[in-house]
Design a protein around this ligand. Structure first.
Ligand code: SF4
Length: 372
């Protein structure tokens, strides 16, 4: 059977742009939830999903704070989504809303609706570090949220960790990794704090006790080693998983596969094109169409994304996709960078080393310098 574009399963990203407060480092699009607006937003999502009428093999509720929708809304949205039988469905959850003592989030209902993976913002197992990041709730909430999700049959749990938090030490970071190890999590995303323009942290950046570049490198390498010792295998610059628990949805981004993004500020790569919805809830609710962002998936983009992965740029996959060999100029650069222990090259692939991951932007730029 030949599959048309609308039948071939792709990924689906749903942006849920509601947060109870704004964390001082965050530049994701979100506003405070209001009952009427949330209901209209959910209705607009369902309408758009129906109109698209596609089949998805991964679904990712990102935000914002998707768990703020409540399990009823999550299940309602999922009832509109045509999914493959093995579809991975991830819900980003705030620990305080889902693991707080008085939290009423109904994991059973979410699981029945199709959620089979959650992602929790731990950031740090040190409650004073969590507080400095403006995170609601504490580590006990994270533990309770995991226990409640597992009791409802959701075994696949990802935790977000942050590196380079003001006043973070190697010891406190290793304690956070230890927390991940003992928590029953299957996946950890460990991101280095970036001070983004327009955030509260950016305004007061001079007064923040942030680690310098050398200290950040040390924290990153310490986290990578400790996570691997704890059984979380690094499969991307910032992502680690127990065997078989890599995020199938996020792998689509790095493999340059197609996905549809629905919701305010959501980006898509579908039918060869990139497009996005503006950061404007009213616009999305009122049916404003997405903005064209040009063609996607060219060779350069494919190489850049592949090099983020531990498996690296696999020559055979490039050849199958583009019908040609990886250009010589890249292979020559890779040989040079290999001498500096920034990439590893064999007859099948080019992959960044751990040192290379630390300098990934510079290394990837260098590899592509004479390309195109
Ligand atoms: S970090 Fe998460 S919870 Fe905090 S403001 Fe950003 S999206 Fe909302």
């Amino acid at each position: 059977m030949i599959m048309t574009n609308s039948q071939k399963p792709i990924g689906l990203y749903l942006h849920i742009p509601f947060c109870k407060g704004k964390c001082p480092y965050c530049d994701f699009y979100s506003v405070a939830p209001q009952k009427g607006v949330t209901d209209s937003y959910v209705a607009a999502l369902c309408k758009k999903i129906d109109e698209e009428n596609r089949v998805y093999d991964t679904v990712y509720f990102g935000g914002g704070t998707p768990s703020l929708l409540g399990a009823d809304n999550v299940a309602l949205i999922l009832s509109h989504i045509r999914r493959t039988p093995d579809c991975e469905v991830t819900l980003e959850c705030n620990p305080s809303d889902t693991g707080g003592i008085n939290s009423v989030f109904d994991f059973e209902k979410a699981a029945k609706g199709g959620v089979n993976r959650i992602s929790l913002g731990l950031q740090s197992a040190d409650n004073s570090e969590r507080k400095s990041l403006g995170r609601r709730g504490g580590c006990d909430d994270v533990k309770r949220a995991i226990a409640r999700a597992k009791a409802a049959g959701i075994e696949n749990v990802s935790l977000d960790l942050m590196l380079g938090i003001p006043n973070q030490t190697k010891e406190s970071l290793l304690n956070s990794v230890e927390f991940c190890k003992n928590s029953g999590a299957t996946h950890v995303s460990a991101y280095i704090l970036k001070i983004e323009e327009g955030t509260f942290f950016h305004k007061k950046r001079e007064s923040l006790a942030l680690p310098d570049d050398d200290e950040t490198s040390e924290l990153y390498l310490a986290a990578v080693n400790a996570l691997e010792e704890a059984g979380f295998i690094q499969y991307e610059i910032s992502n680690f998983a127990k065997s078989g628990f890599e995020s199938r949805h996020n792998l689509k981004y790095w493999h340059c596969e197609e996905y549809l993004g629905i919701g305010a500020a959501a980006h898509s790569f579908a039918d060869g094109k990139r497009f996005y919805y503006e950061r404007n809830i009213d616009g999305f609710i009122n049916g404003k169409p997405p903005v064209d962002d040009g063609e996607g998936g060219d060779e350069e983009e494919y190489i850049m994304l592949a090099l983020r992965l531990s498996e690296g740029l696999i020559f055979k996959n490039f050849e199958n996709r583009y019908g040609k060999k990886v250009p010589d100029c890249i292979l020559k650069k890779a040989d040079f960078l290999q001498k500096h222990n920034l990439v590893a090259v064999d007859g099948k692939r080019i992959a960044l080393t751990k040192q290379g991951f630390l300098l990934s932007n510079a290394v990837i730029c260098e590899l592509l310098a004479n390309y195109g």
